[in-house]
Design a protein. Structure first.
Lengths: 141, 305
């Protein structure tokens, strides 16, 4: 089909638990997109990742149909995974819950660069390191 | 969620790069999801280097205590990250009018007619004319809701060309709307394919909803699926990109029996001449070129028959 794009919508929703409530409803509704269809398909596609927040980019076509792609998990999720911890700091900024190496930070920065809109790897690493500190994860090395 | 519900938008102007962390910070507590970007064209675009991050509080949770808690979490970011770019972020709380988001989007989907085909939505009460061929279509993922000029031109071309007993192929079927329309107008058998793996389940659902699943076969893949179908079809529909039309003109010719008809669309005006040349070079005799807006279609037959 000759797809003509009207807009792109970027959201972060809980895996398997999106609902028509905001932000999904107003974001898609303003384009006349079938919200129930998006919610069902997003939840089906992310059910296995329940408990995570999943970034999603929705492309809306001129005839009000859509498709979507799931993006890489937020940097904090990748950091926690790399550090082998279940959750971030209990008391933000004061409690260290895990550690990652600078090499791991660089790997995560590479994965996240397209989503973070950083101009280079150094800028992306700076954000990943800041996210680590904010999540109670210490960067070693 | 079937009733009106009221929400408050929480909007933060975040430095690009930090927008995901700001989103995560907002997602604690009663807020569960976020949107990036401005809420509507009526709102000024974010300044260079910034992005709007927006989440939503159910109105019952929009209390002074919750606002203070959210503002405090955002304010802490400069300290916890050690980056001054996150100091003094602009945060706004904006109550939204109540709305039933589960159903409000349906208002824009009205029934429509192309020739004798009446396309109805499941939630609309419409009484078709006696001579109408009706299709019930719930728009969703996969292009092809009938709201695009190219789809409408193709729907008209198909109903004018399909003869009872025809065997057709629909290349790039999307939602399946053209394949299902062909079956509704009497095609004995339709083979429809699309490279998008999301298309097949949506198209199959459309065929089942309209009672023609037994006569339409959907597959996921490209033109390689036409191998083994040489001269096998009475008609061919393809509403795809113009460069694909040009590249596969010879495949169209090969798939059609002598004298078989074709209906092609998806070609914007600047590419019409090149597409015309590619079709002629493949031996496809274009007899009509409907145009709607900037979109061109090509209708014709193969030699012989």
């Amino acid at each position: 089909m000759a797809k003509e794009i009207t807009g792109k919508i970027k959201l972060q929703c809980p895996a398997g638990q999106a609902t028509p409530a905001p932000p999904v409803g107003p974001a898609l509704g303003s384009y006349g997109v079938n919200i129930a269809a998006f919610v069902k398909q997003f939840n089906d596609a992310t059910r296995a990742q329940q408990g995570l927040i999943i970034p999603v980019e929705i492309t809306v076509y001129k005839d009000r149909t859509f498709d979507f792609i799931l993006k890489s998990p937020p940097a904090s999720v990748l950091l926690k995974k790399a550090a082998g911890v279940e959750s971030g700091a209990g008391a933000v900024g004061t409690q260290i819950v895990g550690k990652v190496t600078r090499k791991q930070v660089e790997e995560i920065a590479k994965i996240k660069m397209p989503d973070l809109n950083c101009r280079d790897i150094a800028a992306a690493m700076k954000i990943v390191e800041g996210t680590a500190r904010s999540s109670g994860i210490q960067v070693e090395g | 969620m079937n009733a009106l519900s009221a929400w408050t938008e929480v909007r933060v102007l975040a430095p690009i790069g930090w927008h995901e962390l700001v989103a995560e910070t907002l997602q604690g507590g009663p807020c569960t999801s976020v949107a990036f970007g401005r809420p509507s064209l009526g709102v000024a675009a974010a300044p260079e280097g910034f992005e709007y991050v927006r989440t939503f509080l159910p109105r019952r949770d929009d209390t002074d205590a919750n606002r203070a808690r959210i503002a405090a979490r955002v304010a802490e970011l400069a300290v916890t990250t050690g980056d001054d770019a996150l100091a003094a972020l602009d945060i706004e709380f904006k109550p939204l009018p109540p709305e039933d988001y589960a159903t409000s989007w349906m208002k824009v989907w009205k029934p429509f007619r192309v020739g004798r085909l009446a396309v109805l939505s499941p939630w609309t009460q419409s009484v078709p004319r006696a001579a109408d061929v009706t299709m019930e279509l719930e728009p969703g993922a996969s292009f092809g809701s009938g709201r695009h000029a190219t789809t409408r031109m193709m729907l008209r071309a198909i109903q004018e060309r399909v003869r009872p007993g025809d065997r057709l192929v629909d290349c790039g079927t999307g939602s399946g709307i053209l394949a299902v329309a062909a079956a509704l107008f009497g095609a004995r058998e339709v083979f429809a394919f699309d490279t998008d793996p999301n298309a097949e389940p949506n198209a199959r659902e459309l065929a089942e909803r309209n009672g023609v699943a037994g006569r339409v076969r959907f597959a996921t893949g490209g033109f390689e699926l036409l191998a083994g179908h040489a001269a096998g079809f009475d008609g061919l529909a393809a509403n795809i990109y113009s460069d694909i039309l040009q590249q596969h003109a010879a495949d169209f010719r090969a798939a059609l029996r002598p004298g078989g008809w074709f209906a092609l669309s998806g070609c914007p005006a600047p590419h019409a001449a090149a597409t015309d040349r590619a079709l002629a070079a493949a031996g496809l005799d274009v007899t009509a070129r409907p145009v709607r807006g900037r979109w061109h279609s090509f209708l014709g037959v193969t030699p012989g028959g």
